[in-house]
Design a protein around this ligand. Sequence first.
Ligand SMILES: Cc1cc2nc3c(=O)[nH]c(=O)nc-3n(C[C@H](O)[C@H](O)[C@H](O)COP(=O)(O)O)c2cc1C
Length: 202
Amino acid sequence: MKHLVVICHPRRKSFTQAIAKSYVQAVETLGNEVVVRDLYRLHFDPVLGEGELLDAKKRVTSRAVRTEQRHVSEAGAIAFFYPLWWAFMPAMMKGYIDRVLSCGFAYDIKIDEMIPRLTGKKALIFTSSGADMAYLRQSKQWSSMRLLEEEHILSLCGIELLEHVHFASVLPDLPQRSIDKHLSIAAKAAQKHWGSTPAAQG
Ligand SMILES: Cc1cc2nc3c(=O)[nH]c(=O)nc-3n(C[C@H](O)[C@H](O)[C@H](O)COP(=O)(O)O)c2cc1C
């Protein structure tokens, strides 16, 4: 199966990037093809333009967006990596969703019904936060994140979420042994979900 990995973090040496690298290595070790789309390194433009909201016949879809949509189409599995910023995903990640998972590509609207168009694809989400789990729950950040990101966005497109792996209390002074433990959790998630998958090119 072909795997798509979408990373959203401005710093190359961030925790988010390290977790993504560990996951990618594990998926590749299992014999799968992985396409990495590092949104900041690609200078992905997250701003949805007027032309993208025109009627289907007049709609303007940029080459950059078409490229990302092709990667989504070709992938059987998609993994998203991003930090929690102000109780939500970074604007770059949100812009990717706005523009790439567009109407007519990721879903259709028929009268008052939403028709998913990415059915059959599976996803994993890897996030991190500075706050601990107790505070995320108490402050409702966790429920808003789950409702908006997992239950609304992915399911509406027909993408099945296999797991949301969240790393809480990721602060600048996180000891190396904790980082190593988290890296191995990311690799284990890959083994858990893709360990028995035949490495067919999809
Ligand atoms: C702009 C910004 C907003 C943030 N907002 C939150 C937040 O709402 N809740 C939280 O727990 N952590 C917040 N954080 C902390 C990050 O989630 C945390 O530093 C990150 O997950 C660590 O991983 P990284 O090294 O990949 O950035 C924020 C950080 C930044 C830069």
